[in-house]
Design a protein. Structure first.
Length: 147
């Protein structure tokens, strides 16, 4: 996860800079935001997979759609209905979209947004660790059923 989050997002950040004609100095900030988002989203979506197995992968499609709407990229938080207003702060994509807007179009508080994303990532990692520690039966790790 970490390798993809670091290496893969370098290409994404480069593409954004090339398409938008941004200054090269924004590359590092976009790269940090994208890497944090990808790592956080992996851990966020891993919660359902760890809890309920492979069916969690299908449910993650729905969870990702909720993140996209709650990210406030197309619809501002003020115009969202109550449900999305309630969950936007729990979604990693919200922090990344806000940080990207600050970096690409100007704005302040990017470091605070990154800290929010790091906090959310830490919480999701702790949740995943608790799930793995408390779960007695790990269906994905039971190789003895194949023999």
């Amino acid at each position: 996860m970490a390798l993809i989050a670091i290496v893969g997002t370098a290409f994404v950040s480069w593409a954004i800079i090339a398409m938008m004609g941004l200054a090269g100095s924004t590359f590092t900030n976009l790269w940090i935001t994208s890497a944090l988002l990808l790592f956080s989203a992996y851990n966020f979506n891993a919660i359902l997979v760890l809890l309920i197995g492979q069916i969690g992968t299908a449910l993650n499609t729905f969870l990702t759609m909720l993140q996209v709407v709650a990210s406030a990229g197309m619809v501002p938080v003020l115009a969202m209905n109550g449900f999305f207003k309630g969950i936007h702060g729990l979604m990693p994509m919200y922090y990344a979209v806000q940080a990207d807007f600050n970096i690409m179009y100007g704005g302040t508080g990017t470091t605070g947004i990154w800290l929010g994303l790091l906090t959310l990532t830490g919480v999701t990692i702790l949740i995943n660790l608790v799930i793995v520690a408390l779960r007695k039966h790990q269906p994905m790790l039971q190789f003895d059923r194949l023999s």
